[in-house]
Design a protein around this ligand. Sequence first.
Ligand code: S3P
Length: 429
Amino acid sequence: MIKEIKPANSLRGEIIPPPDKSISQRAAIFSLLHDGISEVKNFSKAEDPNSTLSCVQQMGAQVKRSNESLLITGTGRRGLRKPEKDLDCGNSGTAMRLLSGVLVGSCVPARLVGDESLSGRTMTRIINPLEKMGAHILARNSAYAPLFVTCNDGLKPMKYELPIPSAQLKSCILLAGLFGEDVTQVIEILPSRDHTERLLELDSVVTHGRKIISASRADEIPNQSYTIPGDFSSAAFWLVAGAIHNDAEIMLSGTGLNPSRNALLGVLEEMGADITIENERQEGAEPVGDIVVKSSDLRAIKLDPNIIPNCIDELPVIAIAMLFAEGISEISGAGELRHKETDRIMATGEILRAVGADFEEKEDGFIIHGNPDFTFDSAEFKSYHDHRIAMAASILSLKGTNPSKVIDAESAAVSYPEFWQHLKAASGN
Ligand code: S3P
């Protein structure tokens, strides 16, 4: 689908971001592992969480939908079923990596498949440690899906220092560890999103700046009865849209504010954005609030590489903010972007170059020469079937003089099916 996006005269109103994708996927998997019923409110209707939900159903979870909630009856760790068909993870790296951990821990054999994008993303980061824990994983070219996951005898627990700051890898190992008689420990040097530890109430300690998280069979798996907060990563598009637009005031109600996810707030504040947070509260294990963003005068920023894991999914839209900020901005230490749904350093560069921006690509990031008065007429943006690239390009389109086009815009539904409706409501287009 090609979406035409008109420039916006103003951006105003209240947006309720869609339910958090990462938390929804975890709610589905952890509800399967809980022996009993979980009532999950505000479960995401996006494609990735739907893929995860159908996988957990194939593994034995029973799912009933009532008005605003999902009732998920889990099998517990002992009752998992061998799926009769392939587990189709669609576009979701989180589904493939977290479910692999569950399959290895439980020693349930299965084949995991994904769409073209997911089948092109390396799985060696999980294959190597899972094989050390006793798994046999057959992968295309030893690295790519389809993955055929089997094991022989019992799980070998381990102490594992994460070689990359990845919440998917961390969660994969911890989920396998939950089946072991002895404790598995994951050591994290740079903090990545911590939903798994929070929602499973796993023990963790911080020593010498490293976080050590433990999991074993002795850990109870709590029921997952809570309300999923609004997705900060979806709210991010509006935070940037509001900050760069000359006539904007947007309220993002009920947005998740988990500190391991919300580094964009600090980034935008350091750039001079007018952002306030109201009504901070707790929804289950996660902090939530209403964020208000207004038109702002932005200045350039050099991002601290240590915060990259806490704004990893927001980097393409941060690049848009950098384009409208006074001065030279820089991101480095973000090589992981090359392993996302598409190579997001390349794709972000394509979007910015399409409007004539001064974008310098680096192996692990980029440099952008920004200007608050930057203007362009219109552009045709390639999204590379990547939801976050499609939405970042749409936010940029709002600043053109004439309508722009976003190619393969349907990919937004991977995380944010309501995006187009919200765009229309906020911009009046
Ligand atoms: C996710 C973790 C991040 C993120 C992805 C979702 C998760 O990936 O980019 O969109 O749900 O754990 P990595 O852990 O590979 O960095």
